[in-house]
Design a protein around this ligand. Structure first.
Ligand SMILES: CCCCCCCCCCCCCCCC(=O)OC/C=C(C)/C=C/C=C(C)/C=C/C1=C(C)CCCC1(C)C
Ligand code: FE2
Length: 535
């Protein structure tokens, strides 16, 4: 039967201040809209647990804010991966770290032919949700994206990007121009196994022009550092005039990928490996279709990169702020559920072995030709990041550290996107991961390097979404919205509203339901459209 949970969320008129006193909570009257978030929601199929944090079946969560009230709705997305798992009571489509379970009704020969037919790529869109024109898509990182109704949360359509674009998948973190143009990046395994990272562009919706996706095209092709081994890409940077792609030493071994699927028990996780010698490469390309692709070889030491915070141009430099994890060992190796669910002492031990997090600023000079080798080319007054031209023609980058704490990550970053994306900015907001456990919301001033945090005992927040106050003058004039889980509490989860200036609590809307982890999402302002049904 249908799994549709609708929880009226009681808005508690209380919030706890640091001194423990209770005070009235207040949801700003201008805050009318929905928080839409994605995450894994089903962690067991056919009695068997799923292995990895990214394996659970996609669940969409919605908090509607209106007239000071809040309601919570959620639903499983009817992906092929979900529908087939619940109908056949087994994992039918291999997930990130859990292999499909063989069909017990087939004999060994028909099983062989099933595998031989090829790869059945997952459509488990549990990572993010974003708008394209008027539509909303729930996504993972494969070629399948799923159109959903952001009001009813119904699943509308499975879309195969390969029908429109030459890509094997795209990231769950597109960029959007103010006119609605959407950009994204993905791996492309071309003919003869030639490899590239393709940057794609989806034009804004235009009346009578049909689906924006039908008009999408590849605008830039960036080469891969290694044949048969593209790097894993989770996000990219975009300034006013440039794309920034960071090629990390975490590689997808395509031969493993193509052969792994003929072996029982193989997963996407088995296709990754680390390149221990390449370090990390930065690529720059112009957004202008007639523009250039920088031929400079920007290099630095090895790190994992999942999330770009922001990138911008200043003078003749590109400033790139990143959430990094030092070293080439793949961070996803540490995100198996069995490890994350261990006792705290064990979780801590595992985090000691894993790459260490650091927020870093890299600065790439655009004018390089006339400079002498050995000299720092970065002349921006406010950063200690350096770029030095070596005699072999490479430009070696050293970062400035913007935030660092022992096993404390500033991750799942957000900014005042509509105002600051691609521009010089001051504030980043993020989820604080303490030995991989999300236990605080952090605001980072990337200019002063100061940070402050919201924390509460027994509370585990998620990525904080920034919503600006209408007509705001200051960059941080707005609120942060985060789903917080509080295991064991009478109401075990709440939507938290923080003042983005001070990171103080404005209000919380508690729900009497256990809410599983969510990864990414968007705030969708209410439209004045009279046809839009009120929740
Ligand atoms: C919010 C609570 C977090 C709890 C702890 C988290 C700690 C995390 C620290 C690391 C930083 C965070 C990174 C998060 C990234 C994320 O959300 O990742 C989800 C990514 C997924 C599900 C990727 C799926 C990719 C697939 C299925 C790719 C498939 C492919 C290949 C591997 C090669 C061939 C092409 C193809 C089919 C696209
Ligand atoms: Fe992400």
């Amino acid at each position: 039967g249908a799994v549709f949970v609708q929880h009226p969320a009681a808005v508690t008129p209380f919030s706890t201040e640091p001194d423990g006193k209770l005070c009235a909570g207040l949801i700003p009257s201008w805050l009318k809209g929905s928080v839409l978030r994605m995450g894994p929601g089903l962690f067991k199929v056919g009695g068997e647990p799923l292995n990895h944090l990214f394996d659970g079946q996609a669940m969409i969560h919605k908090f509607d804010l209106q007239n000071g009230g809040v309601t919570y709705h959620r639903r499983f997305i009817r992906t092929d991966a979900y529908v087939r798992a619940v109908t056949e009571n087994r994992v039918v489509i291999t997930e990130f770290g859990t292999a499909a379970y063989p069909d017990p009704c087939r004999n060994i020969f028909s099983r062989f032919f099933t595998y031989f037919r090829g790869i059945e790529v997952t459509d488990n869109c549990m990572v993010n949700i974003y708008p394209v024109g008027e539509d909303f898509y729930a996504v993972t990182e494969t070629n399948f994206i799923t159109k959903v109704d952001p009001d009813s949360l119904e699943t509308l359509e499975k879309v195969d990007l390969c029908k429109y674009l030459s890509v094997n998948g795209v990231t769950a973190h597109p960029h959007t121009d103010p006119d609605g143009t959407v950009y994204n990046i993905g791996n492309c395994f071309g003919k003869n196994m030639s490899l590239a990272y393709n940057i794609v562009k989806i034009p804004p919706a235009q009346e009578g022009e049909g689906e924006p996706l039908e008009k999408s095209q590849v605008v830039v092709q960036l080469p891969s550092s290694e044949r048969l081994k593209p790097s894993y890409v989770h996000s990219f940077g975009m300034t006013e005039n440039h794309f920034v792609f960071v090629e990390q030493p975490v590689k997808i071994n395509l031969l493993k990928f193509l052969s792994a699927w003929s072996f029982r028990g193989a997963t996407y996780m088995d296709c990754f490996e680390s390149n221990q010698s390449m370090g990390t490469w930065f690529h720059l390309a112009s957004k202008d279709p007639a523009g250039y692709m920088s031929s400079h070889k920007f290099r630095t030491s090895a790190f994992n990169i999942f999330h770009h915070i922001n990138a911008y141009e200043d003078d003749s430099f590109i400033v790139v702020d990143l959430c990094t994890w030092k070293g080439f060992d793949f961070v996803y190796n540490y995100l198996y559920l069995a490890n994350l669910k261990q006792e705290w002492e064990e979780v801590k031990k595992a985090a000691l072995r894993a790459p260490q997090p650091e927020v870093r600023r890299y600065v790439l000079p655009l004018d390089i030709h006339k400079e002498e080798p050995g000299k720092n080319l970065v002349s921006l007054s406010y950063t200690t990041a350096t770029a030095v031209l070596h005699t072999d023609g490479t430009v070696w980058l050293e970062p400035e550290v913007l935030f660092s704490g022992p096993r404390l990550a500033f991750e799942f970053p957000q900014i005042n996107y509509s105002r600051c994306s691609g521009k010089k900015y001051s504030f980043a907001y993020g989820l604080g991961l303490n030995h991989f456990i999300p236990d605080r919301i952090v605001k980072l001033d990337v200019q002063s390097r100061e940070s402050r945090a919201w924390r509460e005992d027994g509370c585990y927040p998620s990525e904080p979404l920034f919503v600006p106050t209408p007509g705001a003058r200051d960059e941080d004039d707005g609120v942060l919205l985060s789903i917080v889980v509080k295991p064991g509490a009478e109401r075990p989860a709440f939507l938290l509203l923080l003042d983005a200036v001070e990171l103080t609590e404005l209000a919380r809307a508690e729900v009497d339901a256990v809410i599983p982890v969510t990864l990414h999402g968007v705030y969708r302002p209410a439209t004045s459209d009279p046809d839009r049904e009120d929740p």
